[in-house]
Design a protein around this ligand. Structure first.
Ligand code: NAD
Length: 502
């Protein structure tokens, strides 16, 4: 076993970045641990409402000048930021592995996806353009301009500490707004590193601020009369009951991307090996801590006799469990490792409870990830191995709730109609995939399934930066989504001007 060099040698002191200054923490601190080694790798301030007020004030003061900065000049800052991110690509990736636990390949993928958002936002001069029509009446022209709105808050989850804030931040500043980011306090180092590069890229003080902490920071952001809108990514209860509700009360714009329970449908004509290969990444990538991960594997025996169907279900389930059992679990800085730990012991406990519940409810545990075997000698505190249940139904807790861990639930359905009905019984609508070589089934699936992200012969990854990150039902609260053209609209107001020529 060879480990890549750790970029954080000493415990890292996370600071708030407000008005272009790095502020020493004054209050309470929380420890950041590497979930694979259980060593302390840093400390993060748990900031107060005063810190939020200071950051919002800085953003508010920076706004008039920043919005007057030509879009191309704003884009140049982002070009520099992109270059700096490329130069620090490996360091940024290894930090994600250390603070979150994901494998280095997953971290590199996350860094790439984050940078792509910065790249897309550099196109702001054309992305932000308005519309114009002359002679709407005799001698009268009418045009639409898009204007920034002021200060936005960005509140982030723990599972993609580098990428998620970048679904919003580059577009917010490219359109001329100023931002206050609250990273997850569980893995905030990545965003501190990004802010260091923001400073080096010459983005002016006050435009891009970071306030670390927990609920108090979120509450202060939601209550601040000077914050125009909130971008939130996190769990459904917080998205729905805290963020969306409070933004409605205070009249803020809101994007609230939330939890998920995604189905992967396998038709009998799917290519077995390739489908299983894709499923391994989908179900066990990021140790299952992805809003786009597979959760329920739905085997559909359409067009087969009963005997053939049973044989297909068994062949596929056995091959799936065999592949899952071979996944190498360990510290993600070992490049041979394919799955890392859960983010912390509490999250592991939550997954363990679901496994117990699954057994109690009568699902068949065909691969028990509680039997932990690791590549390398690491404390087992946050680790689980891949788990597979069979005979699961959508109404069981494991089939219904977001587990957010490396657990696959195998279900069966006689045909695609029944499979779609089962998908629609979920209160979530984030993503669903189908594996088939039949175009009609694929079209039917894409057309009918009420989820924001659809995969055809692919497990789902975050949509490319130039497409919106969609979501339906209890997976999304708001109207416009993160990324792409939609987020440009979110960060701007259209103003219509009508002009008569004398
Ligand atoms: P979380 O909801 O616990 O936390 C998200 C953010 O909200 C954090 O910054 C946290 O400090 C803050 N927060 C938590 N509880 C709060 C409360 N009661 N009041 C105010 N603020 C609060 O989510 P998490 O555990 O960090 O992330 C995992 C969740 O995020 C999963 O449900 C996952 O599906 C979801 N997620 C969704 C997407 C998407 O695009 N739909 C992407 C990534 C993650």
């Amino acid at each position: 076993m060879t480990l890549l060099e750790e970029p954080l040698k000493e415990p890292f002191s996370v600071r708030n970045y407000i008005n272009g200054e790095w502020l020493e923490p004054t209050g309470q601190l929380a420890e950041i641990t590497n979930p694979a080694t259980c060593k302390t790798i840093g400390r993060v301030p748990i900031s107060t409402s005063e810190d939020v007020e200071e950051a919002v004030e800085a953003a508010k003061n920076a706004y008039p000048e920043w919005r007057r900065t030509p879009p191309l000049a704003r884009a140049r800052c982002l070009f520099r930021l992109k270059e700096l991110m490329e130069q620090h690509f490996e360091e940024l990736s290894r930090i994600q592995t250390m603070e979150h636990g994901k494998t280095i390949d997953e971290s590199r993928g996350e860094t790439r996806r984050g940078i792509e958002n910065v790249e897309v936002a550099t196109g702001i001069p054309s992305l932000m353009m308005g519309q114009n029509l002359e002679d709407v009446a005799s001698g009268i022209d009418e045009y639409l301009i898009r204007q920034p709105l002021g200060v936005f808050g960005i509140i982030c989850p723990y599972n993609f500490p580098f990428m998620v804030p970048l679904w919003f931040a580059p577009y917010a500043v490219a359109t001329g707004n100023c931002i206050v980011i609250k990273p997850s306090s569980e893995d905030p180092i990545s965003q501190t590193k990004v802010a260091e590069l923001v400073e080096e890229a010459g983005i002016p003080p006050g435009v891009w601020n970071i306030v670390n902490g927990g609920r108090d920071v979120v509450s202060s952001m939601l209550d601040s009369p000077d914050i125009t809108g909130i971008c939130f990514v996190g769990s459904t209860p917080v998205a729905k009951n805290v963020i969306y509700r409070r933004c409605g009360e205070t009249g803020k714009r809101v994007i609230a991307q939330a939890g998920a329970k995604n189905f992967i449908v396998v038709m009998p004509d799917a290519h077995r090996e390739k489908t299983i290969g894709a499923c391994m990444t989908s179900f066990y990538g990021n140790a299952g801590q992805r809003c786009l991960s597979g959760a329920n594997l739905l085997l559909v025996g359409q067009g087969q006799s009963e005997g053939e169907r049973d044989a297909f279900y068994k062949r596929f389930s056995d091959a799936f469990a065999a592949a899952a059992s071979k996944i190498r679990v360990g510290y993600g800085l070992d490049e041979s490792v394919q799955m890392g730990p859960l983010r912390d012991a509490e999250k592991k406990q939550r997954v363990l409870k679901f496994i117990e519940k699954g057994v109690e409810e009568g699902a068949k545990l065909t691969l028990d990830g509680r039997n932990i075997h690791l590549t390398g000698d690491w404390p087992q505190t946050c680790f689980l191995n891949p788990t597979v249940f069979e005979d699961v139904t959508p109404d069981m807790a494991i089939g219904r709730e977001e587990i957010f861990g490396p657990v696959a639930n195998i279900m069966t359905a006689p045909n695609l109609d029944k499979a779609i009905e089962m998908i629609h019984s979920s209160r979530f609508g984030n993503a669903a995939s189908i594996f088939t070589s039949n175009g009609k089934w694929a079209r039917e699936f894409q057309y009918r399934v009420m989820c924001g992200n659809i995969g055809i012969n692919i497990g789902i990854n975050a949509p490319m930066a130039f497409f919106p990150f969609s979501g339906m039902k209890e997976s999304f609260f708001g109207t416009l989504h993160g990324q792409g053209q939609e987020v440009i609209r979110f960060f701007t107001e259209s103003k219509v001007v009508i002009q008569r020529w004398f």
